[in-house]
Structures are given as structure tokens and as C-alpha cells.
Write a protein that binds this ligand. Structure first.
Ligand code: ADP
Ligand code: ZN
Length: 728
């Protein structure tokens, strides 16, 4: 089995069978490991490309590969897309007629199937008959998809998965590959144990999804803004998540009224209706689905261009999984979340589980983290990556925080007005009420006595948004407190009194209007819109004729590449991503015809020679785009150059130490300052030693545990980067 196959051969096979130019993430080492006959456990984020990890070996190994997968809807889709590549694949699940199932089994026995997908409920319950069944098929490889289902630690335990231990026990020489997107270490260990593959090589890919841009927006007229966004992105499709069934229907209704092809989806619909909506979305009949979280599990639509959260999600895991449904084809996509404190309060009230304080505490903690994510003034991606235990620099260049340039102004006077309004109303009211007083709201909610206060209306000149920002930043910087009860009353602390007395200033950092980056339009590639429409049309016709979703014929970026490079011959077409040999011969002629006509009409020639194979996010985990430094970072840098320590800068600027560390680490990444100027050599050595001792290069926490309280996360993060770039 272990005849060595060269990397070059594997690249050729990838192109030949699947039409892809490059491997993604850990696909290549995973595949090499399997082909050498070893077991593998692969951890990759949703959309990372887990399937190729077993599909390509399946094509290179003799005989059949058995794939166990729990998602029936996904199974059909996967098999369809294999068939679209001319690969013999089939599935067995309970949605089929008995006769169909018998046919599939016969074909498998006769060696007519390369990949057989089996749903766990189709595994014979008696283990000896299961083993006999498998012996008959004599498989070359077992793939266990969504492997976390075997673990009761995971979020989706399926008891039938426990039967899979017999695979390795009875077929010790057949490699097993377990795949999951679960980032949780406990679950990972459990999978290895329950599948009985102690020698499995573990591959963990970065959880970063560089092609997704993250935005968090205040929730004001959210539906209006969502509609505007959708109308601006006419040719693109997306998912909108809302928390309640009623609101999915309401939002879908409003969008529909604006002429947007939107449908809603939630667990209250019957099964037939649900699968109809899902299919119509796959086929692009609907542009937008407004759904509760029930939607998406079984969805493998690779060209979802945006995921919008109309309501705040309950935890970071869920949010990340849902946003991960965007951009599985690797093209730029947006994740937009509309945030309000009201949502958080509502979720907090739902999170209380009567008589179960432990469960309540877990849910509350998760809510706190999502609240922090929405309110913190840092790179969104950095926050997410650290949440999942991956070090990440302070700037990604493609989130709302990084894309807005920042400006700072002295807001001491406003801060004093705010603080005095809080004091004069007895430190008993939340942000909304206090701002109402400052802005002199005529609302009946305002107590008559409060309308007599000197502070009533003294802040009319400042916009409501800006007051909210001020409160948020004062809270973040410890210049203000908020009670933990349902009132979230604002209260003063020592630092607030300093500001009130004029002993210290407060600087407000403001975003100079976030530039809405518009995705597809921003791709550097330029192409003719009409040609693109025509190519899309051909794809639609082919899909319609074969009753498959359009992206099954070809993914969107194949169309973009064709429209850009105008291939004129079959050989040139082979250089377009997504065109394996099978698809070139099956569909090539339809596209070539249009491309030739276009070139002729416009007096143009093929530009395929300009195409440099795009090295995708394949090797390096997350090469952040060059971000430009905002004023606030530059201010920190200049103080640093004046000889201040980070702590001194933090005190001087009244920003947190972590913020200053973030600012300066930006300049380390950029090469403006040396790491040893921030972390003394001696400490750096200690941290690097601890990293080595921890035996991994992903998570900060184990390293911090070795080092103890004396070392900060930011220092460790800096050292990680230094070490990863080859520093000793
Ligand atoms: P996962 O199972 O990890 O969520 P999939 O295996 O469904 O992800 O892959 C996600 C998408 O990426 C699919 O549309 C797949 O065809 C595409 N894909 C996978 N590997 C590659 C690659 N090497 N190059 C380009 N596209 C790829
Ligand atoms: Zn960022």
C-alpha cells in the first residue's frame, strides 16, 4: 500500500478528478498520511475542505472507500457532486426504498462503486453482520465524517457512532480517517479513544477563515439596513439568522415586499416544506433564507456570500459555525452581526434554567463572551481566534474594526456631563435613560423631577450614537461601572470621580465611518458583467437539465475565472479552477462557444497565460492583509519611542494595557520595532522555552499555565509569533 506517490502526482490527481489547482489547509499532508497506510484525525473548520481528504485517496486506492456521515441531506449533495465529476459514488440511508438500497449493495459488491456513503442508522445493529457486510466489500479506506458524533462530550452525540470501534478492531490494516470541525480538545481525545485509533496522526488546521470579513453593527433599523445590503448585492445569495420563528417570518415578509426572493425556515415548518425551501435555496430560486438556527446543518451551498445575524447569537461557537456557512468556495464573503444590549438582556432572561444553577452558569458565561466580543474594541478576528485558542495578531485588515481608520478626541467635558447626569439621578438608571436625559428627551418615561435637573438637555449637541460609544468606552476602560442586575444601572468609581473633578481626561476613540467593503466587486479580477451573466445562464441551463444545483456543475469562481481569462480551447479551459478532465469534456463545449463568441465580438484574445495559480490559504495559516496604522496606534508608537514603557503609555493615555500591547504588536509585525524592545530577551527566552515545553504551537493557555501570572497573554502572543517566524 505504501508505494510513495509524489506531491506532484497528487496535485495532478487533484486537478484531474476535482479540477482544483491547490490543496487547502492540511489536505496534502493528511492525504499523504492516509496513502502511507496510517490513521488520521483531521480537524478543519466548516468549509475547510474535509471531503477531499478522503475523496482523493479513494480515487487513488484500489477498491471501495466507506464514508460514514450522519447528515442525510448533505450525503445526497456530496454524492451528486462526485457524480458530476464522473466519479462512481452512492449512498445508503433510510430515505431510500428497500429496493434501491439492495441495488446499491449489489453494485458495491461488484466493485462498481468507489465511494459509498452510509448513514449511521443504516449500520447493521448486530456487529457480526456489519463486519460480514464490510468483509464482502473489502474496503481500502474508512472515513468517519462529523466524527465528534461519537463523543458524548461533543454537541451532537449519536449512539450509533459507537459501533464504529469495530472498524479498526476488525480491519487493522485499513486506514481510518476521522474528520470533524470540533475545536474542543476533550472531544478530540474521546474520538481517538472511541474509534480505537490510538496511533492516528492528528492534523489541526487553522480555524481562521481569511475570506470572511466580520462586521458588527448597532441594531437600529436592522431590517432596513439588511434590505439595503441585499439590494446592493443583487447576484449574491445569503442567510439571515433570527432567534424566533415569528421574526423569521416577519423579516422574510418585509424583504419579500421589497421584491427580494426571500423565504423563511424554522423548526415549525413540516419536513416537506423545510426540504422544499432548502432545495430552492440550493437551486438559487431563493436568494435569501431567513432562518432560525435550525437551518444550515445539512446545507452545503458553497457560494453563500453573506451570513447576517439579525439577533445576537447565544454563544461564540454557534455564531462561528453559522458565519462559517459563508464563503465555502473560498471567495470573499461577509458576516454581519446586528448588536444591541437589549438582545443580550433578553437572552440572559432565557438562559436561566430553573433548578439547574450549573447549566445556567454555563449559558450565562457564554453570553458574557459574546457580549464581550461585540463590545470590545479589538480586531474581531483576533477575538474569535483567541477564543478558539489560536494566537492571532492584533490586525486582520478585514473586519470592521481593522478597516475603519480611527481617530481620537478629548471627550473629557462630555464624560463629565455624562457622569453628572448619572450622579444626579442617583446612579440607578441604565445607559438609555441617562442619554435621554442628556439629550433632553420629551418622552413620558422621563420622570418630571429629572426634567428639572441642570443636566437635562445639556448634551443635545452630541449624537446619540456618540453618547453610546462614550459609555461603552468608559466601561471598557474602567472609568465607569454597570450593575450586573436587570437594570444595568451606570455607577461611578474612583476613576470616574477623577474625571468628574477634572483631575484626568478621557479620550474617545472613534471610527471614521466604516467603509462598507463590497465583496465580489473588490476582487482584483476585472471581467465583463454581461459575459458573466451569459456564463451563469449556461450553467443554470445545464443544472436545470441535470436536476442538480448550479454550483454542482461549477462553482462561482470558475465562472469568474472564465470571464476574466477568456479560455478559447479545451486545453486552456483545463487551467480554469473547477474544471477537472471530466467536466472539461462534459461541459467544456457549452462554455467555449460563448467565450469564443465574446472574444470575437470584442476583438479580444485569451488571457489564460496571465493566470498564476492562486496559492490559496493553503500553507500559511493566516497571513493578515497589510493593515494601515490608525492615529491611535501611531500615538502609542510615538510615546513608546519617547521612552515610555507600555504600562506608562497605558496610564498616560488612560487606555488598558492590553490595548497598548495590541497597538505596539502591530508595529512589531510590521517590522517598525524589534520584539525585544517590548519583551526583554530574558523573558522572551523563558516564553519560548515554555512554548517548546507545551509541545504545541497553537494555544496560548497551556503556555500561560506553565509560566504563571508573571507573564501576560500579550507577551506570550508576541513570543508565539516571533517563534513561529523562526525565532529561537
Ligand atoms: P467541509 O466538509 O470541511 O465543511 P467541504 O469538503 O464541503 O468542507 O469543502 C468546502 C468547499 O470547498 C466545497 O465546495 C469544496 O468543493 C471546496 N474545496 C475543497 N477543497 C478545495 C481545494 N483544494 N480547492 C478549491 N476548492 C476546494
Ligand atoms: Zn480585524
Amino acid at each position: 500500500m505504501s508505494t510513495t506517490i509524489t506531491t506532484d502526482t497528487l496535485h495532478k490527481a487533484l486537478k484531474h478528478f476535482f479540477g482544483y489547482d491547490n490543496f487547502r489547509l492540511n489536505q496534502l499532508p493528511v492525504i499523504e498520511t492516509i496513502l502511507a497506510g496510517n490513521d488520521v484525525m483531521g480537524i478543519m473548520p466548516t468549509g475547510g475542505g474535509k471531503s477531499i481528504c478522503y475523496q482523493l485517496p479513494a480515487m487513488l486506492l484500489p477498491g471501495i472507500t466507506i464514508v460514514v456521515s450522519p447528515l442525510i441531506a448533505l450525503m445526497k449533495d456530496q454524492v451528486d457532486s462526485l457524480i458530476a465529476n464522473g466519479i462512481h459514488a452512492a449512498f445508503l440511508n433510510s430515505s431510500q426504498l428497500a429496493e434501491t438500497q439492495r441495488n446499491v449493495i449489489t453494485q458495491a459488491r461488484n466493485g462498481q462503486i468507489k465511494l459509498l456513503y452510509i448513514a449511521p442508522e443504516r449500520i447493521p445493529s448486530n456487529s457480526s453482520s456489519f463486519i460480514d457486510f464490510l468483509r464482502d466489500l473489502n474496503p481500502s479506506l474508512f472515513a468517519v465524517d462529523e466524527a465528534h458524533c461519537i463523543s458524548s462530550w461533543g454537541h451532537d452525540f449519536r449512539p450509533e457512532y459507537l459501533k464504529l470501534a469495530i472498524l479498526k478492531q476488525n480491519f487493522p490494516n485499513t486506514p481510518v480517517i476521522a474528520l470533524t470541525a470540533s475545536a474542543d480538545k476533550l472531544t478530540q481525545d474521546d474520538i481517538v479513544k472511541k474509534l480505537d485509533v490510538p496511533r492516528a496522526k492528528v492534523f489541526i488546521s487553522s480555524f481562521n477563515r481569511p475570506n470572511i470579513s466580520y462586521y458588527i453593527r448597532p441594531k437600529q433599523n436592522a431590517v432596513g439596513k439588511i434590505a439595503e445590503y441585499i439590494l446592493k448585492h443583487k447576484d449574491q445569495c445569503g442567510i439571515i439568522y433570527a432567534l424566533s420563528r415569528a421574526s423569521t417570518e416577519e423579516i422574510a415578509g418585509k424583504l419579500h415586499a421589497l421584491g427580494i426572493k426571500a423565504a423563511y425556515y424554522h423548526a415549525g415548518l413540516d419536513a416537506a416544506e423545510r426540504s422544499r425551501v432548502q432545495e430552492d435555496f440550493q437551486k438559487d430560486t431563493y436568494q435569501v433564507i431567513v432562518a432560525t438556527i435550525a437551518f444550515g446543518m445539512g446545507i452545503d451551498k458553497s457560494n453563500v456570500r453573506y451570513v447576517i445575524h439579525h439577533d445576537v447569537p447565544k454563544n461564540i461557537e454557534g455564531y462561528y459555525q453559522e458565519t462559517g456557512r459563508a464563503g465555502r468556495d473560498g471567495l470573499k464573503s461577509d458576516a454581519i452581526l446586528y448588536y444591541s444590549r437589549g438582545d443580550i438582556m433578553k437572552l440572559k432572561s432565557f438562559a436561566v434554567v430553573e433548578g439547574n444553577p450549573a447549566q445556567t452558569a454555563i449559558s450565562m458565561n457564554k453570553l458574557k463572551q459574546i457580549e464581550q466580543f461585540c463590545e470590545s474594541d479589538t480586531c474581531r478576528r483576533q477575538y474569535l481566534m483567541q477564543y478558539f485558542g489560536e494566537p492571532f495578531p492584533a490586525y486582520c485588515g478585514s473586519c470592521d474594526y481593522c478597516m475603519s481608520s480611527l481617530e481620537e478626541r478629548d471627550a473629557t467635558v462630555d464624560a463629565q456631563k455624562l457622569l453628572s447626569a448619572i450622579v444626579r439621578t442617583g446612579e440607578r438608571y441604565g445607559t438609555g435613560y441617562i442619554i435621554d436625559i442628556l439629550r433632553g428627551s420629551a418622552s413620558e418615561k422621563i420622570q418630571p423631577a429629572h426634567k428639572e435637573l441642570k443636566t437635562y438637555g445639556i448634551g443635545r449637541d452630541v449624537k446619540r450614537d456618540e453618547w453610546e460609544l462614550l459609555v461603552k468606552q468608559m466601561l471598557n476602560n474602567g472609568c465607569l461601572e454597570r450593575t450586573e442586575d436587570q437594570y444595568s444601572a451606570l455607577q461611578l468609581n474612583h476613576k470616574s470621580h477623577e474625571i468628574l473633578k477634572g483631575h484626568s481626561n478621557f479620550m474617545l476613540v472613534m471610527h471614521k465611518g466604516v467603509k462598507e467593503k463590497i465583496m465580489a466587486e473588490e476582487e482584483e479580477l476585472a471581467y465583463d458583467e454581461q459575459l458573466m451573466k451569459d456564463l451563469r445562464g449556461v450553467r443554470y441551463e445545464l443544472a436545470d437539465r441535470e436536476h442538480v444545483p448550479a454550483y454542482n456543475i461549477l462553482p462561482d469562481n470558475s465562472l469568474v475565472e472564465m470571464a476574466t481569462y477568456l479560455p478559447q480551447t479545451f486545453d486552456e479551459l483545463k487551467q480554469i479552477s473547477g474544471f477537472g478532465d471530466y467536466k472539461v469534456s462534459k461541459y467544456g463545449a457549452f462554455f467555449i462557444k460563448i467565450l469564443q463568441q465574446f472574444a470575437k465580438d470584442n476583438n479580444m484574445v485569451s488571457k489564460v497565460h496571465l493566470k498564476v495559480p492562486k496559492a490559496r490559504a493553503s500553507k500559511k495559516p493566516a497571513e493578515p492583509k497589510q493593515a494601515s496604522a490608525g492615529n491611535t496606534q501611531l500615538a502609542s508608537l510615538s510615546l513608546f519611542r519617547d521612552g515610555m514603557t507600555m504600562q506608562e503609555i497605558a496610564d498616560y493615555r488612560r487606555l488598558s494595557l492590553a490595548t497598548i500591547e495590541n497597538h505596539l504588536s502591530f508595529f512589531v509585525n510590521e517590522g517598525t520595532i524589534e520584539i525585544t524592545q517590548l519583551v526583554p530577551q530574558r523573558r522572551l527566552d523563558k516564553i519560548v522555552e515554555a512554548i517548546k515545553q507545551s509541545g504545541q504551537m497553537v494555544a496560548l493557555k497551556p503556555v500561560k499555565e506553565i509560566l504563571g501570572d508573571d507573564y501576560s497573554y500579550s507577551e506570550i502572543r508576541l513570543a508565539f509569533e516571533f517563534y513561529r517566524k523562526g525565532g529561537k
